[in-house]
Design a protein around this ligand. Structure first.
Ligand code: URA
Length: 215
């Protein structure tokens, strides 16, 4: 037993810890994204799942609803998970940053990638989620999540689809972000989808092993 938190882990400890973290996030002012957000977006899914998925950050739809991956990229994420008979309720789903990063363009706000300073400011929350959920498998959706969790020099095209050991004992893989997949056309779209589908099969094999070990 590493801590009192572990002692309570089988019961309410995990949920309470995540609730507390979500409450902190909801009033967070650690970076300027706090000034333009509508809602913070903490997480969804099963905090007891062996599999955690980490995206980049909320977009317009997520900012409006407070839920991760509810737009077009989220629909594709559901399809990717369905390819291995998983639903988003069976995984723990979160992002590297909990507030929408946006820039004013032509009179409206457009999503932009979070800055390093913003990702860094938000990282204690992601680390807190990792500590609470203790995922055995982490799937990074896109380069920013992989740079945050696996290696700051991660190159998504070259380094995706491989397993990496994280300091907390979890095994991590990265695949292309669903929004990136949606931007591809023609052969690029087919190839990107094929790679993502291959990655999710590998992740699912590990998920199944983890579930079997729990039985
Ligand atoms: N893209 C992300 O990375 N996360 C979301 O929650 C939605 C879109």
């Amino acid at each position: 037993m590493d801590s009192l938190f572990d002692a309570a882990d089988g019961g309410e400890g995990r949920e309470k810890r995540l609730e507390d973290l979500a409450a902190q996030v909801s009033v967070c002012t650690r970076c300027d994204l706090a000034m333009t957000r509508t809602n913070t977006v903490f997480a969804s899914g099963d905090p007891y799942s062996p599999l955690m998925l980490v995206g980049e950050g909320p977009g317009e739809n997520e900012d409006a609803t407070g839920l991760p991956f509810v737009g077009r990229a989220g629909k594709l994420l559901d399809d990717i998970l369905a390819a291995v008979d998983l639903t988003r309720d069976q995984v723990y789903l979160t992002n590297t940053v909990k507030c929408r990063a946006a820039v004013q363009e032509g009179g409206r706000m457009k999503n932009r990638p979070p800055r390093t300073t913003e990702t860094r400011a938000c990282n204690p929350y992601l680390q807190g989620q990792m500590e609470a959920v203790k995922p055995e498998i982490v799937l990074c959706l896109g380069g920013p999540a992989a740079k945050t969790l696996i290696n700051k020099d991660f190159k998504i095209t070259k380094d995706r689809g491989k397993w990496y050991d994280l300091d907390n004992g979890a095994r991590a893989m990265a695949t292309f972000h669903p929004a990136y997949v949606l931007r591809q056309r023609g052969d690029d779209l087919d190839n990107t989808k094929r790679l993502v589908w291959k990655d999710i099969q590998n992740v699912y094999a590990e998920y199944q092993k983890a579930m079997e070990e729990r039985e």
